[in-house]
Design a protein around this ligand. Structure first.
Ligand code: FAD
Length: 345
């Protein structure tokens, strides 16, 4: 089928052997590297080692050279640095053009981007521009030991199955990866990587939109993926107001509030808080599940937490099977008692 499409489109077949190295798009906002880029450097290092190629970071922006140094400290062998005043603020057209130009010129084997708002916008356009495929929203990446192709796993059919996808005859192999799923690369003081400037060809005419102003959303942003402590509530709360009690506990611990889908569907809390297969994947140091039964779709989003504490009045609730500590009881007794105890320390 693919061969027929190729013939009909009349495009030349790519010489796949020219494609080398693993690339990570180092997404930065306002001069800060996004945590998902560090996670991708951690994962990219494993993939690069398995194929026996270099790990490269791709950094776009204006006056961001300082960040390039930081990327070498996170293990990038090479940082391709594309600086231009038109790359100061993210635009789909500008970033797509420059990354596509870089891919055409330097031919990476694998390109990874975070499944953030920017990554989800950028990756499909770049993939279309360089005539390759894209597996979006991956939760697992592996190298096939036989043929060294990238095995990209992601939830499919509304989260009911996990599908593993291979990019057969196109390069680069491109994936967006959910934030919070992969382990972060460790920082070393003296990164030995090199910084290679890329000469950007970009004019105003290439960019069809102009960013006039960046206005922060009114609603409080929930940085669930970056939180060290999450206090999550489920249907066991019984009412929307129950989340105020969880917020009290979260505030005491310096954490944030998460939620099961049942509570989001009930309209008790915004979807931004949802943890699970159709919500966010989180990996905090401590995850406290209050009145959450432990459905597989919820567990999928929080099982990698370092320590899981479950509070549930049903001793047979499946959440206790993944919990490190379990408290059988009414959350309306247990949570106030915890807040009280924390008040006294
Ligand atoms: P319930 O399953 O109703 O559990 C409530 C729990 O609270 C019970 O265990 C009960 O014993 C306990 N309880 C009740 N009162 C108290 C009390 N006073 N004190 C202590 N404990 C109490 N779910 C997600 O969470 N995230 C997802 O991303 C997600 N994606 C999905 C995708 C698909 C395709 C499908 C089919 C489902 C998805 N779900 C998801 C839904 C999931 O299957 C469950 O329905 C949901 O997680 C249940 O939420 P819950 O645990 O809050 O509610």
């Amino acid at each position: 089928f693919e061969a027929i499409i190729k013939e009909e489109s009349g495009k030349e077949k790519k010489d796949l052997t020219q494609y080398k190295n693993v690339w990570v798009f180092a997404e930065q906002r306002q001069g800060k590297i996004m945590p998902v880029a560090i996670e991708l450097l951690g994962e990219g290092r494993k993939l690069a080692n398995e194929i026996g190629v270099k790990l490269c970071a791709v950094l776009l922006g204006n006056k961001v050279e300082g960040l390039a140094k930081e990327l070498t400290q996170y293990g990038a062998d090479t940082v391709y640095l594309a600086e231009h005043e038109l790359l100061d603020k993210y635009t789909t057209d500008g970033y797509t053009k420059v990354i596509s130009d870089m891919i055409e010129a330097l031919k990476p084997e694998i390109v990874l981007m975070g499944a953030t708002h920017i990554g989800r916008d950028l990756a499909p356009r770049v993939a279309a521009r360089v005539d390759t495929g894209l597996t979006a929203d991956c939760t697992k990446l592996e190298i096939d030991p036989e043929d060294k192709k990238l095995l990209q796993t992601r939830p499919a059919f509304g989260g009911n199955i996990m599908a593993t996808i291979v990019c057969q005859n196109h390069r680069p192999q491109m994936s967006t990866v959910r934030p919070g799923v992969m382990d972060k690369a460790k920082k070393v003081e003296n990164g030995a990587g090199e910084i290679v400037p890329f000469s950007v060809v970009l004019e105003k005419d290439h960019i069809r939109t102009e960013v006039l102003e960046i206005v922060k959303a009114d609603k409080q942003q929930v940085a669930l993926e970056e939180a060290e402590i999450i206090v999550a509530g489920g249907r066991g709360l019984g009412k929307a107001e129950g989340f105020a009690l969880l917020k009290k506990l979260a505030d005491k611990l310096g954490g944030v509030v998460g939620a099961s889908r049942a509570t989001v569907d009930a309209g008790w809390i915004d979807h931004d808080h949802q943890v699970g297969q159709t919500g966010k994947t989180v990996k905090p140091r401590i995850y406290i599940a209050c009145g959450i039964s432990g459905a597989i779709q919820h567990i999928a989003g929080m099982q990698s937490s370092d320590v899981i504490i479950a509070i549930n009045k049903n001793p047979g609730a499946p959440i206790f099977q993944v919990a490190d500590y379990g408290i059988v009881g009414d959350l309306y007794d247990v949570v106030p008692a915890l807040v009280d105890a924390l008040d006294r320390v």
